[in-house]
Write a protein that binds this ligand. Structure first.
Ligand SMILES: C[S@@+](CC[C@H](N)C(=O)[O-])C[C@H]1O[C@@H](n2cnc3c(N)ncnc32)[C@H](O)[C@@H]1O
Length: 268
């Protein structure tokens, strides 16, 4: 098989593939020049001579296409369109998807012409986010104490940190990040901020023991999180193996149960 790897790193996984397939069938892309240089030395030293490319793995490597397999060992927010063009129909893309709040997990996609589809694995592996996919430095506008509209929250901010609910939150608000802090010596509030649409949700405990949420901006972030949580509970609170991804040139979605089930778009 002809394989494209994204994220050469130390060269260890590249060496394993060379051992199995022969160096001439392995192409590996690393974005960091120094890391790529060390990997080349290590691979040459162990008798392997794969095709090593320094560049951005999102572009793939057209010269070596078509590939039977593409494996990425860094996390992407969505599937780069070049991968669909360079992996042959029937070929496989294996990558971790991740967001700015957490990893979504490992997905195995079968390519069929100009689209690809497949399921998440049950385990929850995570890689560093790929360079040029990382979050903007600024978290976005932190709202003032009177900004936004208030309602009672159905779910607590713990949704953002506990494993399976956090997967749903990542799907529901793909451009958001959060932090918690005490306001002027008061209780700890959780701020969920979306710097792309400039939207916010602030969760605060109420005297009655529940939570309230104050939301503003073009996207009602907590409404989206609660709607995704409701759907997930309706489907029996499944693990990641119940979810899949379909990718085409005009859209990429994560679905629950089957490709026509509830859907959440991946960021383009
Ligand atoms: C977890 S390490 C890879 C581990 C590697 N497969 C090994 O066996 O050592 C992730 C690597 O991906 C590289 N990387 C990050 N973003 C990238 C991108 N956009 N294109 C190519 N490589 C990237 C990083 O520099 C890092 O070396």
């Amino acid at each position: 098989m002809n394989v494209l790897e994204i994220g050469t790193g130390t060269g260890y996984s590249t060496a394993l593939m060379c051992h199995r397939l022969g160096s001439e069938c392995v192409t590996s892309i690393e974005t960091n020049e120094g890391v790529a240089r060390r990997a080349r030395a290590a691979l040459t030293g162990s008798g392997h001579t794969p095709h090593l490319v320094v560049g951005d793995g999102r572009a793939g490597h057209r010269a070596g296409a078509p590939y039977d397999r593409l494996i990425a060992t860094c996390g992407f927010r969505s599937i780069p369109p070049a991968w669909l063009e360079q992996v042959r129909p029937g070929g496989v893309i294996l990558t971790t998807l991740r967001g700015w709040m957490r990893s979504l997990g490992l997905v195995k996609l079968i390519v069929t012409g100009d689209s690809a589809s497949g399921w998440f694995s049950e385990d929850d592996p995570s890689f560093m986010i790929a360079r040029r996919q990382d979050a903007p430095e600024s978290l976005g506008r932190v709202p003032g104490p009177d900004d936004g509209t208030v309602r009672k929250a159905t779910y607590e901010p713990e949704v953002l940190t506990s494993s399976r609910p956090a997967f749903m939150a990542q799907l529901a608000v793909p451009d958001a990040r959060f932090f918690s802090m005490a306001l002027e010596g008061g209780p700890v509030n959780t701020f969920l901020l979306d710097s792309v649409t400039d939207s916010f949700a602030v969760l605060a405990p109420t005297d009655g023991g529940g939570w309230q949420v104050r939301q503003g901006g073009p996207r009602r972030l907590w409404d989206a999180v609660e709607s995704a949580m409701g759907t997930w509970e309706e489907y029996g609170s499944p693990n990641t193996a119940a979810f899949g991804v379909t990718v085409s040139h005009d859209q990429q979605v994560v679905w629950l149960g089957n490709p026509n089930g509830p859907q959440w778009p991946l960021p383009s």
